[in-house]
Write a protein that binds this ligand. Sequence first.
Ligand SMILES: [Zn+2]
Length: 455
Amino acid sequence: MYGDRPYWNMDIEPFLNTPAMKDLQLEKLKIMLKRYLTHSSFHRKRMNDVGLTLDNVDAKVKSLEDFSKIVPMYTKETFRLHSQAQGGNMVRLMEDEMPVGVEDLILVNSTTGTTGEPTPYPLASKDVYDLWGETLCRVFWRGGARRDDRILQSFALSMVIAGTGTLMGLTRLGAMIIPVGAELGTERILSMVKYFKPTVFLGTPSLASYLLEKSEEKLGVPAKELGFKLLFCGGEPGAGVPELKETLEQGFGARLIDFGAALGGSCLHPEYQGMHFLGEDLCIYELVDPETKEPIPMEDGARGEAVFTIIEGDGLAWLRNSIGDIHEVTMSPCPCGNTGFRYKIVGRTDDMLKVKGVMVYPTQITGVVESFSPRVSGQYRIVLTQKPPMVVPPLEIKIERAPDFPPDKLPELEKEMLHEFHSRVKITPKIIWQEPGELERSTYKGQKFEKLYDQ
Ligand SMILES: [Zn+2]
């Protein structure tokens, strides 16, 4: 193994989540705001509209709190309106928003636009290597990946940031990267594993599960003998799902680490602790109320919509951008002993329900229902009688009992579940029991709602 220092970046990482980082953020933020005011016509106008100019920015933005109060958020609607104004021309849109020119970009990752127009992730060299690449190196180093590792990059190469952006950025680590890309198909990915003997898997948990299942049949050896020591997963929940974490770690004889576009990665503590935010010197992280967009103080258990401002970028011009994720943060030190506050993804802003003032997300319901397996099948539906997010209590949830769970024991189970819902989600729902197999099996995994209102 090459290198035994605890962190990839010893100048920054020991100081994450300390007042020194806040000072550094403010200093870098002011430079960034001035760059926008000088070079980005789109952001200049938005800042001018709230009274910020090149002449008064130092006087008006004296703290990060001032910044949150003054500068408006960049939401999906902001993007939609800007795209409309540019006639859907993404090159013009990027030129207008970035503090650099499009000729400075070396890579544009983009969503594929399944729900409308694609969202571009414009990347200049600095974004690829010093922002995203640097963050990846921090996550991978903490996991134990080093120069002598061989990394199987199996994310779809067109996948936003996880694909080509990750492939290029991670070259900074100095390890051997073997880009196979999900496009190659699972059969051929398996054959690449056989020939190049990667030690680190990089891809979705679904693909890791597939490799685990097929290894014996296709390669003649159990997954444990493939030689993987680390599994870096993203794109879907992985390390945060206890059963999945155990299956993959046991099956491969490797450690599973989640990482995500929010500049964080999970740690090696045996129990999932959320993801450590590792990009504090590169990006300002805020939580806001998903409805009012008012800032929420960062303290243990605080929950809100995560908002990002990149302060060390060129093309990726995020100025109070939301990616639609709801996070819960923990500011106190992690039992793993490493730095960086932690966040867990609790849901999407689009899925939010409001039950008597309490914000509820399907992922929380899933968590409670799954914790009662094998007494329940794991299938459930949230019944909505009116358009979300408002729900008139009680929230109705159809839950299926497991085939071998005796129906006469349901009242007892219900009591236990209600207690769990109350303590974990802060609601007391109405449980409507379903017979095994009664709920339709959906191939669309996000199908958690039964909508009884006119859409
Ligand atoms: Zn930790």
